[in-house]
Ligand binder design. Structure first.
Ligand SMILES: *[C@@H]1O[C@H](CO)[C@@H](O)[C@H](O)[C@H]1NC(C)=O
Ligand SMILES: *[C@@H]1O[C@H](CO)[C@@H](O)[C@H](O)[C@H]1NC(C)=O
Ligand SMILES: *[C@@H]1O[C@H](CO)[C@@H](O)[C@H](O)[C@H]1NC(C)=O
Ligand SMILES: *[C@@H]1O[C@H](CO)[C@@H](O)[C@H](O)[C@H]1NC(C)=O
Ligand SMILES: *[C@@H]1O[C@H](CO)[C@@H](O)[C@H](O)[C@H]1NC(C)=O
Ligand SMILES: *[C@@H]1O[C@H](CO)[C@@H](O)[C@H](O)[C@H]1NC(C)=O
Ligand SMILES: *[C@@H]1O[C@H](CO)[C@@H](O)[C@H](O)[C@H]1NC(C)=O
Ligand SMILES: *[C@@H]1O[C@H](CO)[C@@H](O)[C@H](O)[C@H]1NC(C)=O
Ligand SMILES: *[C@@H]1O[C@H](CO)[C@@H](O)[C@H](O)[C@H]1NC(C)=O
Ligand SMILES: [Zn+2]
Length: 706
């Protein structure tokens, strides 16, 4: 128990629903300087870029995106429009299309029959609000799970907490019968698809996933008015979303490892559920949970983290009770065309490419935070570079803008694209910058590969945060977050980092405890919510957009590539210590030898040190030949981490320093091959991965050296 608790404390982050995480790892930060400069001193080009940002146009882009239905596979109107806006700014644009498996809801229903014969029939609908026009659009997207199994299930049901493996293990050990029952799980913790996967593996025949206001902490109906009257959660809000087995494989489940083109061979779907599932609001889950009160095992006996939520009248007993749930989730399978919008500005160095992306598909008419805060920012970014290009400036490195399709089903557009272009990307990609939920709260939030940490903080010092208090993005971030997370599988950076070994960052904002509730993947993530509650005036949109723009500018313009290989050493050192704790709580310290990995990390650190010395010489002597070679090493060394094959049972994931956790999905695990083998009690496998991880680290060191 303790071991898994340790593995999972670090990882309560949700995708697109990024939660503020309170880990403070200051040792991970490489600060460039500590004296605050306000206002930030900007070069002429930086000023042109920053001044080009206007909240008025951002608001117009946001309005367009949030008033169109754009579920993956239904239309190419949005990517086409996006490409047109980019083309107006001088980008060469095209649509990169794939033929992928998707599915759509045909019939959904849920019905409870109590032991006494009376019944309850949830509507599975979110409230239509007069003040929020898109919530009542006749064409609005119903609440369903993407890639869910088409079928019916009728049985007693059991409350399974957040649906982690350990939740199921615990209640089964307490004698709760799971086989043949329907799982009733709450959102939060592991990616929703893994809740369904776990239920399926425990022999359950269906799953219902509800939102619990307990996760809203103080921002609840007890203390505040609910949306649209106030910032608390609307009780009818439903979180849609994919139930793909994301930690096994992202992308089209029928074409694992290769691009989905017309006529591509298709495999059986191994990474989607074989039992039906539905999402539900807390207000409609309430009677279902109340019917379990005092049946099965009580919450106190279960004693699992986050087990008890905050729905009135609910005791969070496991059940089952003498009541039958009938779930129907009839889906239609299709092979549909999806379209990534691409925009390119050639750099003078053709073999150095920086990619910036966001997705454009959304689960609702709306999506003002997810994904369109990012979509609006990308157009404004294109406009800023368009302005700079008109001054005669040319980037040294090629800029590729991407607006991915079908991210919501499982990072499909970006994964298929990486699978198609991976040989070229391995040779030329310098970095991938991701923005998805650009604005959903008031705390700037960054996750990145270690080599981008120094740039992440130095750019943060260049952008003014819009709270009128003479503070930069850095100041707010340092005070309220102070940590750059590792990358899991929350968004489209996944294939770039974990499959291709490319440096990447994911950026945006996250909620502070008293910020308005962000209704993840609900119709209430709307233009109205954004303008009334989350970011009136689009001022945070502007700041985050300026941030992304300046980061891109430095990556494509600096003579010396602003990546810091050395920070990988610092981070790996810290993660090794965490790994040793994990091993020690598994009582495996005596039998698992780490020396090979420790030596490899030391070798890497020496290589990075030498590399920095050489780079300083190249910069101070203005030796551009030398610098070009060094820039290529900075670009390439990360490929070493993906050079030793993939993780067990999930070969797509090849990065041996971090990966999405097998039972968390969104959130990362470090030294995943070793950590997860230890957690599974397979020390043979753990030893094999100590060796493979050490080889990967040495391969990265070698690239820096040669
Ligand atoms: C049947 O049981 C449910 C749940 O206990 C209760 O709410 C309902 O009033 C009962 N109906 C009748 C007709 O007794
Ligand atoms: C939450 O609300 C309770 C009661 O209103 C208060 O005691 C507590 O300080 C609040 N916590 C935070 C983090 O605001
Ligand atoms: C599934 O249930 C729905 C609603 O109860 C019903 O209309 C449909 O015929 C059922 N389908 C199958 C395959 O049993
Ligand atoms: C940009 O570079 C590509 C690849 O080298 C080349 O095919 C294309 O013609 C160039 N486009 C422009 C506008 O220079
Ligand atoms: C832009 O910001 C200004 C002040 O910061 C505000 O007055 C204005 O309403 C905003 N415009 C839009 C379209 O949100
Ligand atoms: C490790 O050993 C301690 C002391 O013998 C024991 O209490 C604990 O349960 C063991 N942990 C595991 C994961 O086996
Ligand atoms: C560095 O060298 C380049 C040519 O390789 C030249 O254009 C530039 O002015 C030099 N910079 C300095 C600071 O000497
Ligand atoms: C630049 O560095 C390279 C490689 O170290 C060296 O061969 C070359 O002589 C240097 N050029 C100058 C002008 O110092
Ligand atoms: C441990 O992993 C190895 C692969 O290295 C595998 O062959 C073996 O079956 C695993 N053992 C257990 C108990 O799962
Ligand atoms: Zn998103």
């Amino acid at each position: 128990m303790r071991l898994t608790a340790l593995l999972l404390t670090a990882v309560t982050v949700y995708a697109c629903d990024k939660e503020y995480h309170f880990r403070h790892h200051d040792r991970h930060l490489q600060r460039r300087d500590t004296s605050p400069v306000f206002p930030p001193l900007l070069s002429q080009n930086e000023q042109i870029l920053v001044n080009s940002f206007q909240n008025k146009s951002i608001s117009e882009w946001s309005y367009y995106y949030t008033h169109k239905r754009n579920v993956a596979g239904e239309s190419n109107a949005v990517p086409k429009w996006t490409a047109e806006r980019w083309a107006e700014q001088g980008f060469r644009t095209r649509l990169d299309s794939y033929h992928v498996y998707l599915n759509y809801p045909v019939h959904r229903s849920l019905e409870l029959r109590y032991g006494n014969g009376s019944g309850y029939h949830p509507t599975l609908e979110e409230q239509v609000l007069d003040v929020d026009e898109t919530t009542g659009d006749p064409d609005r997207v119903p609440a369903f799970h993407g890639y869910s199994f088409s079928g019916n299930a009728s049985a007693e049901y059991v409350y399974v907490g957040r649906g982690q493996r350990d939740d199921f293990k615990r209640i089964q050990a307490l004698g709760v019968r799971l086989k043949g029952k329907i799982a009733f799980a709450k959102y939060g913790g592991p990616f929703r698809g893994l809740k369904v996967k776990n239920a399926q593996e425990y022999g359950m025949i269906g799953a219902v996933i509800f939102t619990d206001p307990g996760d809203d902490k103080n921002m609840t109906a007890k203390n505040y008015l609910t949306y649209p009257d106030g910032p608390a959660r609307n009780p009818t809000g439903i979180q849609k979303g994919s139930v793909q087995f994301l930690s096994t494989y992202p992308g089209d489940p029928t074409t694992p490892g290769y691009p989905s083109k017309e006529g591509s061979p298709r495999m059986d779907k191994k990474t989607v559920p074989q039992i039906p599932s539905l999402p539900i609001s807390w207000i409609e889950a309430q009677p279902l949970l109340m019917a379990l009160n005092d049946h099965g095992v009580d919450a106190k006996t279960v004693d699992r983290p986050n087990w008890v939520g905050a729905i009135d009248g609910v005791k969070y007993s496991t059940g089952p009770s003498p009541a039958t749930l009938t779930l129907s989730n009839i889906m239609e399978d299709k092979i549909d065309r999806i379209h990534n919008a691409m925009g390119i500005i050639n750099g003078t160095n053709e073999d150095e490419v920086v990619i910036v992306g966001n997705h454009h598909d959304a689960w609702m008419i709306g999506g003002a935070a997810d994904p369109h805060s990012g979509s609006a920012i990308l157009i404004e970014l294109a406009k800023a570079f368009g302005t700079l290009l008109k001054t005669g400036w040319k980037p040294k490195r090629t800029i590729v803008l991407a607006s991915w399709d079908a991210e919501e089903y499982g990072l499909v557009g970006s994964t298929e694209w990486v699978e198609e272009y991976v040989p070229w990307l391995r040779d030329s990609a310098v970095a991938y910058l991701n923005i998805d939920v650009g604005v959903a709260g008031s705390i700037p939030d960054f996750s990145a590969t270690p080599d981008l940490h120094a740039l992440t903080t130095s750019i943060a010092r260049k952008v003014i945060w819009p709270n009128g208090k003479d503070r930069t993005v850095y100041d707010i971030w340092e005070e309220k977050a102070g940590e750059i997370g590792a990358l899991g599988a929350q968004s489209d950076y996944t294939a770039f980092v974990h499959h291709a070994g490319i440096a990447a960052i994911d950026m945006g904002t996250t909620r502070a405890p008293n910020d308005p509730i962000y209704h993840t993947h609900s119709n209430f993530d709307s233009f109205h919510w954004m303008t009334k509650f989350a970011d009136p005036g689009f001022v945070m949109h502007k700041a985050i957009g300026q941030y992304l723009t300046l980061m891109l500018y430095h990556l494509v313009d600096d003579e010396s590539l602003p990546l810091e290989p050395r920070n990988y050493g610092t981070e790996m050192d810290a993660w090794l210590k965490e790994l040793q704790q994990v091993v020690s709580s598994a009582n495996a310290t005596a039998v698992l030898e780490f020396k090979a990995l420790e030596d490899a990390v030391a070798t890497f650190e020496a290589a990075a040190q030498n590399f920095n010395t050489l780079r300083e010489i190249a910069v101070s002597s203005n030796n551009s030949t030398l610098l070009k070679g060094l820039n290529h090493k900075t670009r390439d060394f990360g490929r070493g981490f993906v050079s030793q094959g993939g993780l067990p049972g999930r070969e797509f994931y090849q990065h041996l320093i971090f990966a999405p956790g097998i039972d968390t999905g969104y959130a990362p695990v470090t030294f995943p091959g070793i950590t997860e083998a230890v957690a599974a009690g397979n020390l043979t496998l753990a030893r094999e991965f100590v060796s493979r991880t050490a080889k990967a680290v040495l391969a990265a060191a070698d690239i820096l050296n040669t």
